[in-house]
Design a binder for this molecule. Structure first.
Ligand SMILES: NC(=O)c1ccc[n+]([C@@H]2O[C@H](COP(=O)([O-])OP(=O)(O)OC[C@H]3O[C@@H](n4cnc5c(N)ncnc54)[C@H](OP(=O)(O)O)[C@@H]3O)[C@@H](O)[C@H]2O)c1
Length: 223
């Protein structure tokens, strides 16, 4: 399979690249910094340099031609302004979806976030709320797409620890749940779930919250 990952140098994306390349898939990571190209190669993928805040649909679609799946795992990072949050965490997702549709790639996996339903809750800090609103807006764009077989993954707080191949996976409703949670999940296990979702097109139209847990990934998807 050929998989294109937006935000290819991200911490989840590099782990995903290693897993996919390790089993023989062809991986293309979209990065904005040319100095990251060699890291993608070392992980077993190829890199294309494009800034998703400025690239055109045609440019991204050209990367996606022939792909079996697109994965959006880019993000604005911790210290982003509200404007950058909107451009990256919402706008770049729309760009990637438009490009996938243009390139005829139906399968679309989106790394969103736990707590998207809590952006307007009292007690959520303003910086986090802005991030969650951008993620929520991206999800709302995704729900409207009928030319994409999308699956949304909402991870908890990400850690760099070793994964153990087990998670707690909950199929969520469209915007909830309300009540912020800050349970953790290892990026390695999030990457494992993404691989499993790539292999499971029957999860199209579903939204999953993923946290650290005790259920083997394959089994968790079936629950
Ligand atoms: N941190 C958490 O606890 C948490 C929880 C839930 C969900 N998430 C979400 O999970 C996803 C992946 O997380 P992660 O930790 O793997 O993220 P990460 O390591 O911060 O990676 C994000 C990647 O996006 C890239 N990027 C940023 N702006 C870009 C642009 N304009 N064009 C192209 N690429 C761009 C970054 O590139 P540069 O290196 O060049 O900046 C970076 O490689 C993100 O969407 C994040 O919001 C995070």
């Amino acid at each position: 399979m050929k998989i294109v990952i937006a935000g290819g140098h991200g911490k989840i994306a590099l782990r995903l690249t290693r897993r996919l390349a390790g089993r023989g898939d062809s991986v293309v990571g979209i990065v904005r910094n040319p100095r990251h190209v060699d890291d993608i190669r070392r992980a077993g993928g190829e890199a294309v340099v494009l800034d998703l805040e400025h690239a055109s649909v045609d440019e991204v679609a050209a990367v996606l031609v022939g792909a079996d799946a697109a994965v959006f795992s880019a993000g604005s990072g911790n210290a982003a302004t509200a404007a950058r949050r909107d451009k990256m965490d919402r706008g770049a997702v729309v760009l990637m979806m438009d490009a996938a549709e243009q390139a005829g790639v139906r399968r679309f996996l989106h790394v969103s976030s736990i707590n998207v339903g809590c952006a307007d809750d009292r007690g959520i800090g303003e910086g986090y709320a802005v991030y969650l609103r951008a993620k929520r807006a991206a999800e709302e764009h995704i729900f409207a797409r009928d030319k994409l077989d999308w699956t949304i993954l909402r991870p908890g707080v990400l850690t760099d620890g070793d994964g153990d191949g087990t998670v707690e996976l909950t199929a969520g409703n469209k915007i909830g749940p309300t009540g912020a949670r800050f349970d953790q999940v290892a990026r390695e296990d999030v990457a494992g779930v993404l691989v499993a979702l790539i292999d499971r097109p029957d999860t199209a139209g579903r939204i999953y919250v993923v946290l650290g847990g005790k259920t083997p990934i394959e089994k968790a998807i079936d629950l």
